[in-house]
Design a protein around this ligand. Sequence first.
Ligand SMILES: Cc1ncc(COP(=O)(O)O)c(C=O)c1O
Length: 403
Amino acid sequence: MTVGIMGNTEATIELDHRHVAHNYAPLPVVAASAEGAWITDVEGRRYLDCLAAYSAVNFGHRNPEVIATAHAQLDAVTLVSRAFHSDRLAPFCAALADLCGKDMVLPMNSGAEAVESGIKVARKWGVDVKGVKTPNIVVAHNNFHGRTTTIISFSDDETARRGFGPYTPGFRSVPFGDADALAPAVDDDTVAVLIEPIQGEAGIIVPPDDYLPRVRALCTERNVLMIADEIQSGLARTGRTFACDHWGVVPDIYLLGKALGGGVLPLSAVVADRDILGVLHPGEHGSTFGGNPLAAAIGSTVVDILRRGEFQRRSTELGAHLHARLNGLKGRGVLAVRGRGLWAGVDIDPAHGTGKQVSLRLAERGVLVKDTHGSTLRFAPPLVITADEIDWAIDRFAEVLGR
Ligand SMILES: Cc1ncc(COP(=O)(O)O)c(C=O)c1O
């Protein structure tokens, strides 16, 4: 049966309930097609997407340049594994490394795989280069880096952890945004500090201005790798290519994903200099699909798009507009607004409903957002959204809060 042509929301959701594992609680919207910042459901209703697949669709649904690359590459070669070279992988890695100001790229698929790979690289660097026997990695409270067994081992989200142990050892967690708390957690066996420069799932938490520069300085001083998970915050979302750029900080390792695949397929990467990524030798790490020619071709187009800077500019300018409009709702159902660029975490006054209730009411009015942590809504539209569309979405939000 082809679900996509059923044209019936209830029947599709019922089929989903029976056959799709219940590891998500989606809004009752069944997408059938999408373009730019808009999604059309199976009934033909249109929704303004203000989530952008958790920032995987930064450049718009079916971005014409990305889709043209995908079509062309589908007609050439799509997968060879890393058993052979492809004419797409090296140019992609060279371009991405250059964008990051680094030497090398380790291509993977999902974001969680990039994080796992970054952890492995840091441990191997610690053992081979730093001479550590039992490496540890310092992470931040309320982090979100994905869902694998090792990654949930250092999460403090009990829902993500409960029942999935035993957990991977070797991590210690300190408060996010507090550089003073970080220093005592670093010892001679510490090989890396792994952080999101702006915490996404935690509710778009922007650290104090001195935080990332002090993390950078401490890592340099103690010969510890600074790993920035820019999987959600990177690639123009905050108005800069990387969120770290806001503070002039360059980490030792960038972890990238989501938007790197142009909203078409999973493509993630660990990006670092040769003295770090060079610790990997044949057979020590890998992925059948990692760096496949289709993903690499799309990734190259994404790097081209980022080089032009238009989406970084859009995010800065339209982000200022989004934040001004959201701040205008403070005291009218909104308690706090955080974020950078076209990325906003909005705390809702519980008197106006839970985050889930407000996102359901917004979906009824044609605006798609998602709640996080009960009473926070996240606005992260595709960066192709216009000022008028932002106004339209925020007017609907004001209506919903005013009910
Ligand atoms: C900062 C961060 N790291 C890692 C991940 C995991 O990415 P994926 O869902 O592609 O495994 C996410 C996903 O939301 C994320 O926000």
